[in-house]
Write a protein that binds this ligand. Structure first.
Ligand code: RIB
Length: 303
């Protein structure tokens, strides 16, 4: 059985549902308000564990009531918390608005996530080195992400890098990643090419691999994903489901991809598995509540 390490963020998501996003300067009345566990790193760890994977997470929580709840929740899910430390600050917060189409906009306040340093990651190096796969995102400081990638690379741990949220990424990190998984916005931030259609995805994939990543798996929402590897583009169709909230669909995709590769699937089959997992995750509200079990993913794949 493969082992997975996630190095990244843990957030508490403060979620407002509304019919439509307010325009600049406008006030609209919302439908509901809820608090969920979230954070791109924690979401990927939770999705892995729901699929039945052996998962350890490294990151930081604050000194508030949320932190204790988060630790308890991870223990219940069987996610190892040996790599999580609490800091004298607030837990990371994400202020999220979800509209009636399930689309979201997010503001994050890093809190303890901002204290994950390269030094801290070095202390936790064994967790990364012992894993078969390392999952990375960009909600903790870049120096920590880079350090984790270096440790993984020298230990032979495969790196699945989610360049989210969108921003600049050092070329050293791109060269260390085995698979990069940007959505359209992130691919554009990294390459300057907006991949709206097949030609755009091909150009973006080519540009990404030219920067040194071994394979680009570009997420395209309900359209599924595009794989660019060895100079060839392949489209893996998305699954039709009743979407209510797309928050963390990308995180569930990455966890599904890692899980499937860990089970020995080829990249194309693993992306199909990831598409199914991500689709199911959008059928419930909140980042983590809709994340599927292995049976649920298999059900959608076979159905
Ligand atoms: O990817 C979704 C996540 O982004 C949310 O859970 C929120 O915490 C933000 O980090």
């Amino acid at each position: 059985m493969s082992r997975f390490c996630v190095a990244g963020s843990l957030n508490i998501d403060l979620v407002t549902r509304t019919k439509r996003f307010p325009k600049k300067g406008e006030t609209v009345q919302g439908e509901s308000f809820s608090t969920f566990t979230g954070g791109k790193g924690a979401n990927q760890a939770v999705a892995l564990s729901k699929l039945g994977a052996e998962t350890v997470m490294t990151g930081k929580l604050g000194n508030d009531i949320y932190a204790a709840q988060y630790m308890e929740y991870f223990r219940k899910l069987g996610i190892s918390t040996e790599g999580i430390t609490r800091e004298e600050t607030s837990t990371g917060i994400a202020v999220i608005t979800v509209d009636e189409n399930g689309e979201n906009s997010i503001i994050i306040i890093p809190g303890a996530n901002g204290r994950v340093s390269a030094e801290y990651i070095k202390e936790k190096n064994e967790l990364i080195a012992k894993a078969d796969f390392l999952l990375l995102q960009l909600e903790v400081p870049m120096e920590a992400v880079l350090e984790a990638a270096k440790i993984a690379n020298s230990a032979g741990t495969r790196i699945i890098f989610d360049p989210a949220p969108a921003g600049d990424v050092p070329s050293e990190l791109l060269k260390l990643a085995d698979i990069i998984t940007p959505n359209e916005t992130e691919a554009e931030a990294l390459t300057g090419i907006r991949p709206d259609d097949q030609t755009g995805f091909e150009a973006a994939g080519k540009a990404l691999t030219a920067k040194g990543v071994k394979a680009a798996v570009m997420k395209a929402g309900s359209r599924g994903a595009y794989i660019y590897q060895n100079g060839r583009l392949i489209h893996a169709e998305g699954f039709k489901v009743n979407t209510v909230d797309t928050t963390a669909a990308g995180d569930t995709f990455n966890a599904g991809l890692a899980y499937a590769l860990g089970e020995g699937m080829a990249l194309r089959a693993a992306v199909r598995f990831a598409n199914a997992a991500a689709a199911i995750s959008t059928t419930k509200h909140g980042a983590q509540d809709g994340m599927p079990s292995l049976n649920e993913v298999q059900g959608l794949l076979e159905g």
